[in-house]
Design a protein around this ligand. Structure first.
Ligand SMILES: [Zn+2]
Length: 335
């Protein structure tokens, strides 16, 4: 850890004054915050969220409600509050908002950290927690999709809370959002961006996490990777920042295959971050790629690679740290 810190300081030192553009990691983070992101805790949460008791977390149904409470209770235990003006952690979405008559009202789960210096500027870290529920007697546990991302967001929140306790809280504010209704048509993020808790014009970025616990076929023998989608689409600074942070602290292979405009999968348009991108908010979508258990009852927690999940979560924490603490707000230079 020390070596990395030293290297980062040197890089900062060398590049200071040589260029006006931010080409170094500005804010050296105390590594002990990221170090509490542990394999064990991620595993515990993934197993719980994808247990049969949570019934596949179908939007509007019992399993989703149990999951929402499970997530909210964790924020309460960590000492992280709901957003100002909220007396609980739920942003309620009425039944009428859903196009499908069969879907009952549901909830996004939201928790808030107020920035110490620029509280009006906000970073959103998100993951959907809903999944496909049950069909007949088969439960779609959705361990990778998206108990993995849900657990990652909780772990990142805990690291920031540790920093706050040590008097080192982020300069900008952070809203943690656990979206509902993603599998039914990105409803949670659609609802949030139509009824934002904080103005979208002050929302500096969205880091969205959807499926980060598995290794796809292409990377079978080189599992230290993650696909990044969207990072360079609105802000070249966000892309550069994300690369620098990875080089300084984590060293995963950042794979941009699915970021190509020509990619037929069009993942940029397919998860919750897109509702932010549409509003000119720079996003990064973190994704492990597709696998044979995608949207099947066989997406179970025993198939998650918890070592890699831990590294990916740490990468997102460091990226969030840099976005919330660097001097300037991310510049949007592309549309
Ligand atoms: Zn998903």
């Amino acid at each position: 850890m020390k070596k990395l810190l030293f290297l980062a300081i040197i890089i900062t030192f060398i590049s200071c004054g040589t260029s006006k553009k931010t080409n170094h990691v500005n804010e050296i983070v105390n590594n002990s915050y990221a170090d509490i992101i542990s394999h064990e805790e991620l595993k515990k949460n993934v197993y719980q969220l994808s247990s049969d008791e949570f019934e596949g977390r179908k939007t509007g149904e019992k399993g989703q409600k149990i999951s929402a409470k499970y997530i909210a209770d964790q924020y309460r235990d960590m000492g992280i509050s709901p957003p100002v003006g909220y007396d609980n952690y739920y942003q309620k979405i009425p039944h009428e908002f859903f196009k499908q008559e069969s879907i009952s009202s549901s909830e996004n789960v939201v928790a808030y950290i107020r920035g110490s210096e620029k509280p009006d500027e906000l970073l959103i870290i998100s993951a959907h927690y809903d999944h496909l529920g049950k069909k007949g007697n088969k439960i779609y546990n959705g361990a990778d999709d998206n108990a993995s991302g849900t657990s990652a967001v909780l772990a990142i929140a805990k690291s920031f809370q540790k920093a706050i306790k040590e008097g080192d809280g982020p300069k900008r504010s952070i809203l943690f959002i656990h979206f509902t209704g993603e599998e039914e048509g990105l409803y949670g993020s659609k609802y949030y961006t139509a009824h934002p808790i904080f103005p979208l014009s002050n929302t500096v970025s969205n880091l969205n996490i959807d499926m980060v616990g598995r290794i796809d076929k292409i990377h079978k023998n080189k599992p230290e990777y993650i696909y990044l989608i969207g990072a360079d689409k609105l802000s070249s600074e966000l892309h550069e920042l994300s690369e620098l942070v990875n080089n300084n602290y984590i060293g995963l292979k950042l794979d941009y295959m699915y970021n190509e405009e020509s990619d037929p999968n069009r993942f940029y348009y397919r998860s919750d971050h897109y509702n932010f991108a549409k509003n000119n908010i720079p996003v990064i979508f973190y994704f492990n790629g597709v696998h044979e258990d995608y949207h099947k009852p066989s997406d179970t927690p025993d198939k998650i690679n918890y070592e890699i999940l831990t590294k990916r979560t740490q990468l997102i924490f460091y990226t969030a740290w840099e976005i919330t603490n660097r001097e300037n707000r991310l510049v949007v230079d592309k549309r």
